[in-house]
Design a protein around this ligand. Structure first.
Ligand code: FES
Ligand SMILES: [Fe+2]
Length: 336
C-alpha cells in the first residue's frame, strides 16, 4: 500500500482548531502535503502545500487577506486554490492552481475530506460533542507516531495491552472482563463489562467507595476514529438506601495517516464529573500523555520490526477480534 492506498472519501481530523491561528500550519495527510490557514473572516482553509510554480511549500509563505502567497516567487492562491497572482507572467497561466480540500470546523477539530469533494457530507462527521459541550471537561493533544495508523487502531481496540504496556501508569485492566463485539457496515462496537473491581483512583477522589462496576464501549468508526465510553458505577454496601452514582469518561481518538509508516494521533479525554476542576483536568492530561507515550514507544518498535519483513507470520487470538473487524471494514472500503 503506498500513499494512494488510503481511503480518501472520509473525514479525517487534520488539526486541532487551536493549532491553526496566526501562521499557516503544514501537515502531511494521507501522503499529501496540506497547509491549513484562516481566511480574513476566520474560516479555516486547507490547500495543497505545494506551489504549482516550483513546488515550494506554501506554508513557508504569507497569508494575505483570504489568500496564501508563496514565499518563493510570490504566486498567490485564493481559498478555492485558484492562482490570483503570478509575478513574472503576463497574466495568470491557465493551469496555475493548487488543490483545495473541503474543511469543516467542529468539536475543536478541523475535519478534512481528501477525496471527491462532491461526496463530502458534513453529516458524516463523527459525533465528538463532548469535546466542546459545557457539561463536559476536555483535555487533549496531537501525538505524532512513527507507525502505520492501523497499528494504533488495533492498540485502542485491544485493551488487554493495558496491564502490560501501562503496568507502571494507568495499571491493570481487568483481563477477566467479558467482551462482546458487533460489526456493522461502517462501525465495529465492543462492549467490555467488569463487575466488582477496584475503583480507579480518579473516581475514589470523587468520593466513590473502594469497589465499582465498569462498562467500556469501544466504537470504531471507519476508517480512523475510535470512541471509548467508560461508565463507572459505584457499588454500595448491601442495604444502602443511597442511589448509586455513575461517572463517565469519553475518550475520542482520531488517527490520521501521515504516510504508510507514520500517523497523527489526535486524542481527547473528556469527562462529565469535576468539570470545573482544573487540577483534575491537569491530572487526566498528565496521565494520558504518559500512557499514550508508552503506546507510541511500543508501536514504533513494532513498526520497525514489521518493516524488516512485512510477510513474517502472526497469530491471531480472540482478543484481536475488534482489530480484525476494523481492518476488514477498511479493506472493504478500499476495494469499493
Ligand atoms: S515556487 Fe511558489 S512562486 Fe515559485
Ligand atoms: Fe494503551
Amino acid at each position: 500500500m503506498d500513499g494512494r492506498g488510503f481511503v480518501r472519501d472520509a473525514w479525517y481530523v487534520g488539526a486541532e482548531s487551536g493549532e491553526v491561528q496566526g501562521a499557516p500550519l503544514p501537515r502531511i495527510l494521507l501522503g499529501d502535503p496540506v497547509v491549513f490557514y484562516r481566511a480574513a473572516d476566520g474560516r479555516a482553509v486547507a490547500l495543497e502545500d505545494r506551489c504549482c510554480h516550483k513546488r515550494a511549500p506554501l506554508s513557508l509563505g504569507r497569508i494575505e487577506g483570504d489568500c496564501l502567497a508563496c514565499g518563493y516567487h510570490g504566486f498567490a492562491f485564493d481559498p478555492s486554490g485558484a492562482c490570483v497572482r503570478a509575478p513574472g507572467a503576463p497574466g495568470i497561466p491557465e493551469r496555475a492552481r493548487v488543490h483545495s480540500y473541503p474543511v469543516i470546523e467542529r468539536h475543536r477539530y478541523l475535519w478534512i475530506w481528501m477525496g471527491d469533494p462532491a461526496k463530502a457530507d458534513p453529516g458524516a462527521i463523527p459525533d465528538f460533542h463532548t469535546n466542546d459541550d459545557p457539561d463536559w471537561a476536555r483535555t487533549g493533544a496531537c501525538l505524532p507516531v512513527a507507525g502505520n495508523y492501523l497499528l494504533m487502531i488495533e492498540n485502542l481496540l485491544d485493551l488487554s495491552h493495558v496491564g502490560f504496556v501501562h503496568a507502571g501508569t494507568i495499571g491493570s485492566d481487568d483481563t477477566s472482563a467479558s467482551i462482546v463485539w458487533e460489526s456493522e457496515q461502517h462501525r465495529v462496537v465492543g462492549v467490555r463489562a467488569s463487575t466488582d473491581i477496584d475503583t480507579p483512583p480518579h473516581n475514589r477522589r470523587q468520593g466513590f467507595g473502594p469497589r465499582c462496576d465498569q462498562t467500556k464501549v469501544m466504537t470504531f468508526l471507519a476508517c480512523s476514529h475510535i470512541t471509548i465510553d467508560i461508565t463507572t458505577r459505584e457499588r454500595l454496601p448491601a442495604g444502602s438506601s443511597q442511589a448509586a452514582r455513575q461517572m463517565h469518561i469519553m475518550l475520542l481518538n482520531s488517527i490520521t495517516p501521515e504516510t504508510e509508516g507514520r500517523c497523527h494521533y489526535f486524542w481527547s479525554s473528556t469527562r462529565d464529573f469535576a468539570v470545573d476542576d482544573a487540577a483534575v483536568t491537569e491530572f487526566f492530561h498528565a496521565m494520558t500523555v504518559r500512557a499514550f507515550d508508552e503506546d507510541r514507544v511500543m508501536i514504533e518498535a513494532q513498526q520497525r520490526i514489521i518493516d524488516l519483513d512485512p510477510s513474517a507470520p502472526t497469530v491471531t487470538v480472540l482478543g484481536d477480534l475488534g482489530g480484525v473487524q476494523a481492518r476488514r471494514l477498511v479493506s472493504a472500503r478500499l476495494e469499493r
